[in-house]
Design a protein around this ligand. Structure first.
Ligand SMILES: [Fe+2]
Ligand SMILES: [Fe+2]
Length: 288
């Protein structure tokens, strides 16, 4: 079973800053717009994202795992643009998507995300995360850490209800290989105060009781795999899918003996095409 993880494409073009005054949460949106106009529009580009998707399309993934931040300031125009991008990318059953802080940015963003991206969120009628999807004996659990915040904050929050539902889902699917997908770094101390997951300690507590096998996240805009604690699951952060060194990761998970064999590679854009990292390989034992 092949999974490809990509994140943080920030692919949308927001309406011009001069037109934002009539929108809700003007202060936060204007700061977000300025950050896009002055920096992100130059460092994250659609042309680099298109090159990455060409590469992704050649790798026949069973499932694309996307951990949020499709938009800049969560306006309706952007959420519609992002839906069109998702529709062109792959059919909904080949995509598992969780939102980022730029998607659930402010005010009405979440209602619009649920309306426009419903097929890709896989929430069905319950409308509550985590989303649980099954691919053979692999379970993907998608968390929603994106909540509207005060200006200049990019924190995330899962909430007690979602953590309880996660714990129950992990117990129910304990015999499978479990992949956790979320936008924010999952554990305390993995990112600065202003961008952290506020209930990371509570999530760590759930994962101690009900372990997962692989955690994939974004938000840091860097390729990282060194944060993994010795006894915990492998944790990978992938850099933006639309930067000059646009990145994605490929995970092949196969049943072997009483567990699973995992092979992971990082693919990164260079001026000479996509560079493939040396493969990391490890075994995961099935629970007793
Ligand atoms: Fe981001
Ligand atoms: Fe983010």
């Amino acid at each position: 079973m092949r999974f490809i993880h990509l994140t943080d494409p920030h692919l949308t073009v927001p309406p011009h800053g001069r037109t934002l005054a009539s929108r809700s949460h003007y202060g936060k949106r204007y700061l977000g717009y300025a950050s896009w106009a002055n920096k992100r529009r130059h460092t994250l580009r659609r042309v680099w994202l298109d090159e990455l998707l060409q590469e992704v399309n050649g790798l026949a993934a069973d499932q694309l795992l996307i951990s949020g931040d499709l938009t800049q300031i969560g306006l309706e125009e952007e959420i519609v643009q992002a839906r069109q991008w998702l529709e062109a990318l792959a059919p909904p059953d080949r995509i598992t998507f969780v939102p980022g802080n730029h998607d659930n940015f402010a005010g009405e963003s979440w209602d619009l995300v649920r309306r426009e991206w419903s097929e890709f969120l896989h929430l069905e009628s319950r409308q509550q995360h985590p989303v649980t999807r099954h691919f053979g004996d692999v379970t993907v659990l998608g968390l929603n850490s994106a909540v509207p915040t005060r200006p200049l904050s990019a924190c995330g929050l899962l909430g007690a209800g979602q953590l309880e539902r996660l714990s129950l889902a992990l117990e129910r699917h304990r015999d499978t290989f479990k992949i956790l997908l979320l936008h924010h770094p999952p554990l305390p101390g993995m990112i600065g105060f202003r961008k952290r997951l506020r209930d990371a300690a509570a999530l760590a507590g759930v994962l101690t009781e009900q372990p997962v096998d692989l955690v994939l996240h974004g938000h840091r805009h860097r390729n990282l795999s060194a944060d993994t604690p010795a006894a915990g699951p492998r944790i990978f952060c992938t850099g933006p899918a639309s930067s000059k060194d646009a990145s994605f990761r490929v995970f092949d998970v196969a049943r072997e003996g009483a567990g699973w064999r995992v092979e992971a590679t990082l693919r990164q854009r260079t001026a000479d095409g996509f560079q493939v990292s040396e493969a990391e390989r490890w075994m995961v034992s099935a629970p007793d």
